[in-house]
Structure formats: C-alpha cells, structure tokens
Design a protein around this ligand. Structure first.
Ligand SMILES: [Zn+2]
Length: 179
C-alpha cells in the first residue's frame, strides 16, 4: 500500500486520527450505520458541496470516505482510479458495494446502470488472468488475517462482501491455496 511516509507530521496525524493503525478498521466502522441491512451509511463528516463522506486515508490525507473504505477492506487504490458504487448510494461505504475502475469505467457505469450486478463474489478460485486479481488477492489475505484475529466468518462475509461459503473455503484453504 503506497502510504506516504515522507512527512512525519502527516504520518502522526493519520496515526492520531485512527487511534493507531491497529484500530483503524474499528474506528472506521464506528462511524457507519447499516441501512436496510445493506448499505453502510457514513455518519462522519461530509464534503461541503458534495454527497460524499470525507475521512482521512491511511496517509492522513482527507479524501472521500468510500475511497478509504475500499483502501481499508479491499486493498490498493490504483493511481487515478475511481471507486464506484453498485448501490448508487453516495453515502454508502460498504466495501461490498464498492469497486475500483478508471474514470472511463465510471462514466460507462453511469450510462449502463441497471444492468450491473450487485454481487461481489470473488470471480474465480484462482484469480489468474483476471483483471481484479490484485484486489482479490488482497481480499483473500485480509479474510485470512481477520479470521486469524478471531473475527467470525459471518462478520468477515459482511465486512468484505464475499459470500460465506467462499469465506469458509478461503479460511480452510479449499480455495486460493496458491497464496
Ligand atoms: Zn451501498
């Protein structure tokens, strides 16, 4: 993850804000509320003139809350990428509803809304050759990490948007055995 460590002040600010990096996920989740059993509505600050929540990212920079959600739960943000909502709810920070794309993807997505699937399963068990495989690998690693930390498979499923059967297969190394 490209955390900018060049500025000590910036690093300290992020650390203070998140209460130490170890607590960042809990800190983030405490600022969300589950709406209709699906979307996680952001309860923190909102940008002055936009519909999106704002939050500090892992480098301490203020950015949109859903970008931070993606970074926390799903992995690297690519340069110049946009984080898109499958639910069309700009207040939502549920990582299961977020996907990463280019600015062009985002424009296409707005045009084709209605055809897009809401599901966010890992596309295949190997991930090789898949455009999202970097994201998938990060998700798999995160799932195993959470499970090792004692988070239940049910909670992991709702945090990551990965189906419970897949979570089970991942933590028991029935799938994604190569990583
Ligand atoms: Zn949503």
């Amino acid at each position: 993850m490209p955390i900018d460590l060049s500025s000590e002040a910036q690093r300290k600010r992020a650390n203070d804000y998140w209460g130490g990096l170890a607590g960042k996920v809990e800190r983030f989740l405490s600022r969300t509320k589950i709406i209709d059993g699906e979307c996680w509505e952001w309860l923190g600050a909102y940008s002055g003139n936009g519909p999106y929540g704002v939050c500090r990212d892992l480098s301490g920079k203020s950015t949109s809350a859903h970008r931070v959600a993606f970074q926390l739960f799903k992995g690297n943000l690519l340069e110049g990428s946009q984080i898109m909502h499958s639910c069309d709810n700009p207040r939502c920070v549920n990582p299961a509803h977020l996907s990463q794309g280019t600015a062009q993807d985002n424009a296409d997505d707005k045009v084709s809304k209605g055809r897009q699937s809401k599901s966010n399963t890992l596309p295949d068990q190997r991930g090789e050759g898949n455009l999202n495989s970097k994201t998938c690998v990060d998700t798999v690693l995160e799932i195993r990490k959470l499970y090792a930390e004692g988070v239940s498979q049910k909670e992991i499923a709702s945090m990551t948007g990965v189906q419970r059967a897949n979570v089970w297969a991942i933590v028991h190394r029935k799938s994604w055995r190569h990583i």
